[in-house]
Design a protein around this ligand. Sequence first.
Ligand code: NAD
Ligand code: UD1
Length: 329
Amino acid sequence: MNILVTGGAGYIGSHTCVELLNNNHSVIIADNLSNSKIETIDKIKQITDKDILFYKVDVIDEQAAESIFSSHQIDGVIHFAGFKAVGESVEKPLKYYYNNIVSTIILSRLCIKYNVNKFVFSSSATVYGENKVPFVETMDLLPTTNPYGETKAISERILTDVAKANHSFSVSLLRYFNPVGAHESGLIGESPNGIPNNLMPYITQVAKGKLQKLRVFGNDYDTVDGTGVRDYIHVVDLAEGHVASVERLQEGVHVYNLGTGQGTSVLQLIYAFEKVNNIKIPYEIVGRRPGDIAVSYACVSKAEQELGWKAKRGIKEMCRDAWKFEENL
Ligand code: NAD
Ligand code: UD1
């Protein structure tokens, strides 16, 4: 298939392009490089030894986006492009609503116009809010605590309605749990701008000596050791989940959790990282982070049954590969 990957220069998008190419699909990337670097395109080519097309395009510029649809035969779109910093979304809600929602509207409109029938969307486990774990795809979505999460819930509803009105338009809504790690080559990975918000990039920067110590947000949750529990998933497993999803997409709207089904606490992740990489991570326990939930992990049976996909890599590989990438920076 010929797949248009929006946000393909970003963290999850770049790993997905690698796996699409490894599975003999062709890739066109549309990315405005607002949160990524042009060098990533060459790294994708280097890893796969295959060529890709890259357009530096803002997908909310409809004319520019349309020029891609009008000049290529596209079989499917994987839509990663969007802003993802939760804290910033609280301070700048319009920036988030505008980019994340308008991009979904424009791309689905162009798909209908150009008869592109497969659409895979990057959603997030954040749409489950404070449901009971494990999170199952059939659960009602609960309000999220920030505009970023709302943009995911709203985009899911928009795509569902578009698919209802256009029967040949098939949609896969992928709810990611906590993507971490990097490609085993160490060439591509996650390099957030500024001080990281998420746990794994914070740990790798402490390991590197860029940051002094990790702050553990709360040890009084009702969990195995009091610290927050999450379902970390290796980004290459996640990328493989996208390949399965676009290849197996059937008519209609399908929602899948992409996680491992296993919860890991903050302290468990720190200790695993220390052991795998033989590096001490200094940390201190501080108060809870506003908006955090205690526990999040997925029920993963639907993706396994319908997509034939299951995460294969464990916490060890996640810690090893995240560090390898940080070391190479
Ligand atoms: P990322 O920031 O690394 O990648 C997003 C890419 O989209 C970047 O390369 C950026 O330059 C590009 N982009 C943003 N707006 C654009 C626009 N209007 N036009 C063209 N390009 C644009 O983020 P990521 O971690 O790879 O996340 C990819 C998607 O997955 C996002 O939609 C994100 O919300 C979602 N998601 C991420 C996580 C996570 O933990 N990383 C979890 C759940 C969902
Ligand atoms: C965050 C986002 C969520 C998003 C998800 C995807 C918030 C409030 N939520 O969730 O919307 O979908 O990323 O990646 O930002 N932790 C520390 N110290 C740190 C950083 C994190 O103790 O410096 C803890 C957190 O309290 C949490 C766990 O580590 O228990 C994981 O945090 P993080 O990586 O930010 O992910 P989420 O909280 O799941």
